[in-house]
Design a protein around this ligand. Structure first.
Ligand code: ZN
Ligand code: ZN
Length: 122
């Protein structure tokens, strides 16, 4: 089943309601409780997702995630989303990376992705 067909199916509706029964209705990126979507962290198990494959995101965070990812196509959507969610604005303090953490990342692309996400979050 392709994505467009699946997303309209009863199977997906049941999956979604089961997910929401088990998880708080809060955007995992900004804490918003409005216009929530379930982002697929991976499409590998489309139709047979595990709950950990699904990430609650509000409309604006979800759109921003996919839009920004277009500039970082050498990162997988999953890698980019991990960076995106690591810089979670709903945390009390913004995450500030130490030089040691940056060195450990040792990946210019991820650092550029973080800069872009950070600028968007301002
Ligand atoms: Zn959000
Ligand atoms: Zn998505």
């Amino acid at each position: 089943m392709d994505y467009a067909t699946y997303i309209k199916s009863d199977k997906w509706k049941r999956k979604k309601s089961a997910f929401w029964r088990a998880h708080p209705k809060v955007c995992r990126s900004c804490g918003s409780k409005e216009s929530l979507h379930l982002h697929h962290a991976t499409y590998d198990r489309l139709g047979d997702e595990r709950f950990e494959d699904l990430v609650p995101l509000c409309d604006s965070c979800h759109i921003a995630l996919h839009q920004m990812h277009k500039d970082f196509e050498d990162l997988s959507l999953q890698e980019f989303a991990n960076e995106f969610l690591a810089m979670n604005r709903s945390k009390q303090e913004p995450e500030i990376l130490t030089q040691r953490q940056l060195n450990r990342l040792a990946n210019d692309k991820k650092i550029r992705a973080r800069k872009k996400i950070k600028a968007w979050r301002k």
